[in-house]
Design a protein around this ligand. Structure first.
Ligand code: BDR
Ligand code: CA
Length: 310
């Protein structure tokens, strides 16, 4: 399997990237492409480089992507992830820069030239992938699958009905949902079922690695935010970790093949994922929507990553 991680790091993005770094080698994990979302694309790109520096994986190239959504102004989430995107958790400054090529051109070239289909893990707004597929719809046949964090059935975390990644760039999501690519959705339906509880954090600290300590720092930092603590008194979800953990073990979640569309017009429900769980519309099924979770397995995968990395 060959894959790239498209991301807006982001505390939970960082955990997801560390999982991928621990479990896959440089022939499998081809690149990180960044996008504006949680933080600006400059800050997110630096964070991707910081994670590679920490893990001595500077061979993996980082391509800086789009600095704003396709048609909208950028909404960021520094109030969740901090102005540095990693809530002050101590990863080293990078000794390497990002590549000169931009993320959209890189993804396009990769899909054109690769003799194998590529898996794309999307941990942020879908701007980069949406742009690639709108400019080159035929490249969809060169994508093995897109596994993404986004959406949720009937509820959101940014508006009452919209999840953050879907809310930030709904038009990009719309392009991806209609691309014909195999899509696997890790939405709030699964991520809210796996909580980084105190016991799980302590278990990870037993690895006694800097990575373990930092992962615990990343996963516990959200609990310092009052509204988050009220919603999740026992610990917070680690949304994006699901995407790369599923690459490691696809028995992590289970779900149903359904039709999903996104609201792009209404001011009230912008970015809502409309999930036809009961097949009432007859619309073409396009997404493997995940809703069942083996939550212990997620934390086993995170602990293993903590033990394997520096
Ligand atoms: C998603 O939004 C971001 O803040 C997280 O990194 C995750 O990708 C959760 O809604
Ligand atoms: Ca993210």
């Amino acid at each position: 399997m060959k894959f790239i991680v498209d991301t807006d790091p982001g505390t939970d993005d960082a955990v997801a990237i560390l999982i991928a770094l621990a479990h896959f080698n440089d022939d499998e994990f081809l690149a990180i492409t960044t996008v504006a979302g949680n933080v600006t694309v400059e800050v997110g790109t630096k964070n991707a480089l910081r994670l590679l520096e920490h893990t001595n994986r500077n061979n993996i190239p980082v391509y800086k992507g789009e600095e704003k959504p396709l048609y909208r102004e950028l909404t960021t989430a520094e109030w969740v992830h901090g102005s540095d995107g990693l809530n002050g958790v101590d990863f080293p400054n990078p000794s390497k820069n990002e590549e000169t090529l931009d993320a959209v051109s890189y993804i396009k070239n990769l899909l054109l030239k690769s003799d194998e289909k590529i898996t794309i893990c999307v941990l942020g707004p879908m701007t980069n992938i949406g742009k690639v597929l709108s400019q080159n719809p035929k490249l969809s046949s060169n994508i093995e699958q897109i596994i993404f964090m986004g959406g949720g059935a009937g509820f959101g975390n940014t508006t009452p009905v919209a999840e953050f990644n879907f809310f930030v760039d709904p038009e990009a999501v719309n392009i991806v949902l209609n691309s014909g690519v195999k899509l696997i959705m890790m939405g709030l339906d699964v991520t809210h079922q796996a909580i980084a509880t105190k016991a799980r954090l302590e278990d990870i600290l037993e690895t006694k690695t800097v990575t373990g300590k930092n992962i615990v720092g990343l996963m516990s930092s959200l609990s310092d935010i009052e509204v988050v603590r009220e919603l999740f008194p026992d610990g917070t979800p680690v949304h994006d970790a699901f995407v790369t953990a599923y690459l490691v073990d696809n028995t992590l979640t289970n779900g149903k093949f359904v039709n999903i569309e996104i609201e792009t017009k209404s001011e009230l429900s912008l970015g809502q994922s409309v999930i036809d769980i009961n097949s009432v519309t007859g619309r073409k099924k396009n997404v493997y929507w995940m809703n069942q979770v083996n939550d212990d397995k997620l934390f086993e995968i995170i602990k293993f990553a903590s033990s394997k990395l520096p």
